[in-house]
Write a protein of this length. Sequence first.
Length: 97
Amino acid sequence: MTKTYPSRRSAEQWQALVDQWQRSGQSAKQFCKEQGLGYASFCQWRRRLTQADEPASNSSPVESSFIDLASIGPSQASGWRIVLSLGNGVELTLNQS
């Protein structure tokens, strides 16, 4: 019995999968499971494609997370304040009064 391997995907096909994953709102593991993709291969291609889009730097890519500020909702206080520490002493502060 011969073992069959999945067909190889082109960089364009992997880019389409990465784009589809980003729109899905799923974790990478869940997306790969539902699509029948190898998680390690997906992560390797995601990293490769992300690095190709960025200017050359010595830093490694960081997976970003988003906070839906509309979901915070009203509170007893008059507003909210969010401080993001970006490293090297740089902070981004968001306020709603």
